[in-house]
Design a protein around this ligand. Structure first.
Ligand code: HEC
Ligand code: HEC
Ligand code: HEC
Length: 441
């Protein structure tokens, strides 16, 4: 009886349906039709693939909120700025004229109608692994669940020879894997689901896998020993996600990894840098089951790659505690840490749960490359804001307060205190980063 009333109610609200398909999809009646279920599934998959994160412009002060999927996000690449496209179903400026075949080709092969080859800033090498069923749901969502926006996104103008889009067909031949995901029958369903999400929709390797000289990711599956061993994009270093005990996920439990992806907090770590957007736009919306699958796939990856080590019982660990107490002249970073950082991260480097991350044994602190640490110290940051409603505390920017040498010293201290043991950070590392991320660039 109650469901009858609901259905009546939904049928009466025909006018509301015209206003917004998204709202329509949420109504009880719509949820029950197969077409609407497909659109709703597509919406979930679009979150898993973070289509909105790259295809929505950044908000500007005093201007209306940018429309989702209307494009216009500038993306830094070694070749120049690439602007993301309008992928709303607008017929003139968006993808409203796409057939399903056009959509499948652009997502899997990076070739838009008119034989326009896309730059691999669009992660089509990963999206080639999306299965047909999911691609159909995504298509249904983009055609029927997204509002059209009749505005052109800015045009990408790279310098010659990168302006020659046709040349990307050669790049694709050499580097893009262009094969759909095939489950491994020797592994269980959870591992296979995790592998699928990480390699295809999640495109985690776009940031976490190192790139070769042609900007190609070195490996797109666990079969490559470089896969997910850490990579630098837009001056953020995305750390090793394999089983290493120091800079990898070896000491982080599957449960903590799932919680990190859902809320930005796990094992006393807090997401920072470009991973904040990934959590805010994408992983926070994944089901607990999908998050557990991702975590168990990552935990099953064998240790590969390099970086620092962690041993809380080591002699080095005792020395750093002493240096904090005595203000050891040999370790000028200890004094800076005590004065500038200890009020949040504490003298023992353990931080405060859900507020300030622990730095002792933190794999991102032990990362092979210190880029993300240097950039975070220069610019500051804040923990992600999610629907799960945990506090989002600020990390202050030290760029204006500390010299390059001071930042290098305090980070070198952090990377060698409490049992952490990773390569020092140099003044030159800091100067290079300051130049690269200076506001005028
Ligand atoms: C990491 C960033 C990123 C993500 C994630 C991303 N895109 Fe893109 N996409 C781009 C960029 C950048 C371009 C423009 C590339 C160019 O101009 O060569 C693009 C281009 C496209 C185009 C071509 C439009 C045209 O006709 O020119 C389509 C379609 C598209 N993306 C759809 C999607 C969909 C659907 C998703 C999610 C499943 C997605 N993208 C996720 C960055 C991204
Ligand atoms: C846009 C680039 C980008 C993408 C895409 C991305 N990451 Fe990250 N990720 C980072 C950066 C940068 C960090 C380092 C900052 C931090 O620890 O939060 C990071 C950190 C992490 C960490 C914590 C590692 C540590 O040592 O503390 C995990 C776990 C992680 N990412 C998982 C994933 C998964 C799973 C995906 C795919 C669903 C993904 N990431 C996609 C950039 C990215
Ligand atoms: C006011 C409190 C506060 C102070 C002071 C502070 N931090 Fe942080 N720090 C944070 C917060 C909050 C985060 C998480 C930032 C994020 O999520 O973007 C963070 C993150 C970090 C991280 C990344 C670790 C991770 O897993 O998120 C490092 C490294 C770090 N801080 C080092 C320092 C150093 C070195 C100093 C002193 C020069 C310092 N912090 C001072 C609050 C603080």
């Amino acid at each position: 009886m109650i469901s009858m009333i609901f259905k009546q109610h939904a049928l009466l609200s025909v006018t509301a349906m015209a206003v917004g398909l998204t709202a329509w999809c949420q109504s009880t009646w719509a949820q029950e039709t197969p077409a609407a279920q497909l659109v709703a599934r597509g919406a979930y998959l679009a979150k898993a693939a973070d289509c909105a994160g790259c295809h929505t412009a950044l908000p500007k002060k005093g201007q209306p909120q940018p429309r989702p999927f209307a494009g216009g996000l500038p993306m830094g690449s070694p070749f120049g700025t690439i602007w993301s496209s309008n992928i709303t179903p607008d017929k003139e400026h968006g993808i409203g004229g796409y057939s399903y075949e056009d959509f499948a080709r652009v997502l899997r092969q990076g070739v838009a109608p008119g034989d326009k080859h896309l730059y691999p800033a669009m992660p089509y090498p990963s999206f080639s692994k999306i299965n047909d069923e999911d691609l159909r749901a995504l298509y249904a969502y983009f055609m029927h669940g997204v509002e059209p926006v009749n505005r052109a996104a800015p045009e990408t103008k790279l310098p010659f020879p990168f302006s020659q889009r046709w040349a990307l067909s050669l790049w694709n031949l050499a580097f893009a894997p262009n094969d759909t995901f095939t489950p491994d029958p020797k592994r269980d369903a959870q591992w296979n689901r995790g592998a699928y999400l990480v390699q295809s929709l999640g495109h985690c390797g776009a940031c976490h896998t190192p790139r070769g000289p042609a900007y190609n990711e070195i490996g797109y599956t666990q079969e490559s020993s470089a896969y997910l061993t850490g990579g630098t994009n837009d001056h953020w270093y995305a750390p090793n996600l394999r089983g290493l005990a120091g800079p990898g996920l070896g000491r982080i439990s599957a449960q903590d990894i799932a919680s990190f992806l859902k809320t930005g907090h796990g094992a006393g770590l807090i997401t920072f840098g470009s991973m904040v957007q990934v959590v805010e736009d994408s992983t926070q919306y994944l089901s607990d089951q999908d998050l557990s699958s991702i975590a168990s796939y990552l935990k099953a990856l064998p240790a590969q790659g390099s970086g620092g080590t962690y041993d809380a019982q080591s002699r080095l660990a005792q020395q750093s505690v002493a240096a904090l107490h005595t203000g050891d002249q040999q370790r000028p970073g200890a004094g800076l840490y005590q004065g500038m950082c200890a009020r949040c991260h504490h003298s023992d480097g353990r931080g405060e749960p859900l507020k300030y991350p622990r730095l002792a044994g933190n794999p991102a602190v032990l990362a092979e490359k210190p880029d993300s640490l240097v950039r975070l110290l220069l610019q500051g940051g804040h923990a992600p804001t999610t629907i799960h409603d945990l506090p989002s505390k600020e990390m202050p920017a030290f760029g204006p307060k500390l010299t390059d040498t001071e930042i290098a010293r305090v980070l070198t201290f952090v990377r060698s205190a409490w049992g952490n043991n990773a390569m020092p950070v140099t003044t030159r590392d800091v100067r290079t980063m300051r130049d690269a991320v200076a506001p005028h660039r």
